[in-house]
Design a protein around this ligand. Structure first.
Ligand SMILES: Nc1ncnc2c1ncn2[C@@H]1O[C@H](COP(=O)(O)OP(=O)(O)OP(=O)(O)O)[C@@H](O)[C@H]1O
Length: 245
């Protein structure tokens, strides 16, 4: 299982509302790492993640997840997906929420306890979600996704709205989960989160500008931080386009 790919995408073409939003994307996401998917709002991060979890209709290409076609029934419990909008019930307890999602994938209370411990929510398991802090709430969604014991976690902007300390804690948690053998694909539009990933995919207008480690990105662009590197890549792409014309 070592060094295998968690996700292999080939020539992916996606149209939304009649418009091409991913014009032909290829990427290979390694297993066992925290891979960041960064790009500005509207660059296609959510669309790409939806294709990976099999809820996005695609117009061409292939998306292979853990060796199977994305969206295959066999992947249901092997892939955990946390969307941007809250998927947990505010008026239920933490445990009841996680138990509900565990039940959907045929897991019982052992899996619930394990998921709660993994995200450090055991102490508030019997509290209603509406009485939690923002950081705790985001971990409830994560625990719900973990309840099926997935090998791959796809997290759409999990740190949005959190303060820097909570964001750091959450990224540390992602690395602990990867250390335990899981693969993570995590999106963000906050460029300074780039350095927290093992590997970084930079996206713009539905295409990948870069696929490398954060260090390789900085070395290649000569930039001091990910934001400057991103702008450098956009400028370079624009210059190349002019030369072609
Ligand atoms: N339901 C939809 N119908 C038509 N076009 C859509 C739909 N949802 C998104 N799009 C378009 O698809 C493109 C990619 O959007 P997407 O949500 O994947 O970007 P994103 O990088 O995840 O942005 P954000 O960070 O704001 O979530 C955008 O141009 C967007 O306008």
């Amino acid at each position: 299982m070592m060094n295998t790919a968690a996700i292999v995408i080939d020539d992916l073409l996606v149209r939304r509302g009649g418009v091409v939003v991913i014009p032909g994307l290829r990427v290979c996401v390694p297993a066992g790492q925290v891979v960041g998917l960064l790009g500005p709002s509207g660059s296609g991060k959510s669309t790409l993640m939806r294709a990976v979890v099999g809820v996005q209709k695609i117009a061409g290409g292939t998306v292979t997840v853990l060796g199977q076609v994305a969206g295959s029934p066999a992947l249901r419990s092997r892939v955990g997906y946390v969307t941007q909008s809250p998927s947990v019930y505010a008026d239920l307890t933490v445990r009841a929420n996680v138990a509900y999602f565990a039940g959907l994938v045929g897991q019982g209370s052992d899996a619930v306890d394990k998921a709660l411990a993994e995200v450090d929510l055991s102490a508030v398991a019997d509290r209603k979600v509406e009485r939690l802090s923002g950081g705790q709430r985001s971990r409830v969604s994560l625990a719900a996704a973990l309840a099926g014991d997935p090998e791959l976690l796809v997290l759409d902007e999990p740190t949005v709205g959190l303060d820097p300390v909570l964001r750091r804690d959450l990224w540390n948690l992602f690395h602990r989960l990867a250390g335990a053998g899981r693969s993570l694909l995590v999106s963000s539009h906050v460029m300074d989160e780039a350095t927290r990933c093992d590997r970084l995919l930079l996206m713009r207008d539905g295409s990948l500008l870069s696929d490398s480690t954060p260090d390789e990105l900085l070395a290649r662009t000569g930039a001091l931080d990910a934001e400057a590197a991103f702008l450098h890549l956009i400028d370079t792409a624009a210059d190349t386009a002019k030369e072609v014309v």
